[in-house]
Design a binder for this molecule. Sequence first.
Ligand code: HEC
Length: 368
Amino acid sequence: MINHLIIEYVISGSQARGSPTRSLTVAEPVRISSPSPSRGRRSLRIDIVNKNILWLFLCISVLTGCAYFAVQSAPKKSPSTTRRPAAEQADALFWKTLHGGQYDQIPVALNALTAAYIVDPGDATTAAHIGWLHVWRIAERTRMVDIPATITDHAVMGRRYFEEAVRLNPKDARYLGFYGGILLAEGSIHQDEKLTRKGYFTLMDSIKAFPEFNYFTAGYVMSERPRDSKQFNEGLEYQWLNLDVCVGEKVNRHNPDYQKYMHLKTDKGQKRVCWNSWIAPHNLEGFFLNMGDMLVKAGDWQTAQKIYANARFSDEYNQWKFRDLLEERITQAETNVTAFNAPQDTAGRTAQPIMFQSAFSCMGCHQE
Ligand code: HEC
């Protein structure tokens, strides 16, 4: 309608050139198909119309092009080189909360970190730690008696902060792995297939960049899928590949005895993430707990029993909060095949959840 008016105005203007009155009301409708006594005048008019349409489109595309280039050429946010005292203080609270398993205190730590981030939004570590707290909040949501629908907001927030962390420090591929995982979650909440695919391919990139860490990350998020799905089986394969890359050879899949690899333990380089550390004091135990759960879910409870049992080789096994739970997993492996495949209720609960869906999906490795 607006276009029509503009064209009409232009025509009437050009027609009225030289005449004393130039107004909208003098516009003559352009009749292209009907015969007219003056052919020459009509075709001139059509020419003018076409030209003006062309200009109009040109203007529009230049304007949108402008917006595109303005956005693309925006100055890059640069990462901070030093950390502020507020960030360090907030971090101390962050680690205390994480290692202490103080799920209820997440809002307090989150507030301290977010305040530090606002002061220095170039701090990649702060951004990542905020992202991790949001992820923890949503991951262990079954700790809550009533899970509010708004728990899903933590996926959106977690994704936003990991996006920032990846941009500020693309070299830490742990960020990329968690970014991929949380994208998958967000995609699934919003039923946004584009996001889901982006999440999947981000996870693939993260594996390439840091296989020792991200085979686990990618496979862990896939453990939630139905056991006959492609993704679940891919995720289980990643757990095996994670072991292979950690020990530098193909681990025997029929008799996965990890004792012979325990001397490889290191706190250096990429392989450090294969073992227990200050950051993840029970990483090894948690890894085997999840892998056993995935094998049971797949129906292979006999191999699962051997995988679970590898957790006992950890020097920290006796101090591990989930030791009794793992021992129970070994004795109940066969009966858990059915239990682990039971459907979830709308809040995502099942009577006997696998580790990923449990109230210790982060604490299984991180709680002191
Ligand atoms: C199988 C064990 C395991 C599980 C489960 C696990 N993590 Fe980790 N996490 C690790 C390991 C290993 C590292 C890397 C340690 C390193 O870099 O030296 C790590 C790194 C981290 C860090 C590192 C922060 C830093 O600045 O170095 C945070 C935070 C974290 N995990 C949070 C979580 C949250 C939240 C969950 C639950 C969704 C979770 N993790 C689940 C083993 C685990």
